[in-house]
Design a binder for this molecule. Structure first.
Ligand SMILES: [Zn+2]
Length: 266
């Protein structure tokens, strides 16, 4: 419950900062977009609070009781296990995110997040409940495999959500500060490539907290000037289709990426 208040406070703080120091020109009615994104996020609450969290909680208890999971087999210092678990969760989210782009079934749900025609802090909360359910299933399997503790999952979820609010926000940071910051963590200009109209850029910069995973696996693309980035999906276009369209999107025929938007270099 405390984490929810921290996230709400940070969300409002990001909204304030991005309206004072915008990175990209705002083209849509901000509050109407935010309303759609929040509605989609609220729709996901029953699935996460009533289904996913209790399921993961039960699996953690079972894993603790049976002493399952890789980390419980190794007799390592508690602090070391916590740090390795934290880094590993960030690394695994990187791969999960890549799979969401690679596998058409997962992309059906994840495209809803990318269909936002503009990007701000509210985009960080815009996920289809189908994607939230699938994420919970993979989280449960990871807990069974590695034996992550409840503490590390709580801290990780708080940091990764804070990071998502920050790097989705339309916040212009000091250029020289951001240049160094993006070498370590995911910043707004690092992540804006990932929401570009160009498929080559959308299929890059997958990291969630630390940007190192994209550099390690050569999925990193260099910074593009904010005024040259068009946010969204070219096959959806600059639409604000409303909640019903977004909820139904995963079951509609999957569209191909238009050829002229596969790469900026074409
Ligand atoms: Zn993505």
């Amino acid at each position: 419950m405390k984490s929810s208040f921290v996230i709400l406070g940070l969300f409002l703080f990001c909204l304030l900062l991005e309206s004072l120091f915008p990175l990209r020109k705002v083209q849509f009615k901000k509050w109407s977009r935010i309303k759609d994104n929040l509605m989609l996020s609220i729709l996901g609450i029953p699935f996460t609070r009533l289904l996913a969290y209790p399921l993961v909680g039960k699996v953690i208890k079972l894993v603790e009781h049976k002493n399952w999971g890789l980390f419980r087999k190794l007799s390592l210092n508690e602090m070391l296990v916590f740090s390795i678990s934290f880094l590993l969760l960030d690394y695994l989210i990187y791969w999960w995110h890549r799979l969401n782009h690679r596998l058409p079934f997962l992309w059906r749900f994840h495209q809803v997040h990318h269909a936002d025609p503009e990007m701000d802090a509210s985009t960080a909360l815009r996920f289809h409940f189908g994607e939230l359910i699938l994420s919970s299933v993979q989280r449960t399997l990871l807990v069974l495999l590695f034996g992550f503790s409840l503490n590390v999952l709580i801290v990780f979820d708080l940091i990764v959500t804070s990071s998502a609010l920050f790097h989705h926000s339309n916040l212009a940071l000091n250029k020289s500060v951001e240049k160094y910051l993006r070498m370590i963590i995911v910043t707004p200009t690092f992540h804006q490539n990932h929401h570009s109209y160009f498929q080559k850029e959308t299929d890059s910069n997958f990291s969630a907290i630390f940007s190192v995973w994209d550099r390690l696996h050569r999925t990193h693309t260099e910074e593009v000037n904010a005024d040259r980035i068009t946010i969204g999906l070219p096959y959806v276009g600059k639409l604000m289709p409303g909640l019903i369209y977004l909820v139904a999107m995963p079951v509609k025929k999957l569209s191909a990426w238009p050829k002229k938007f596969t790469s900026r270099d074409l």
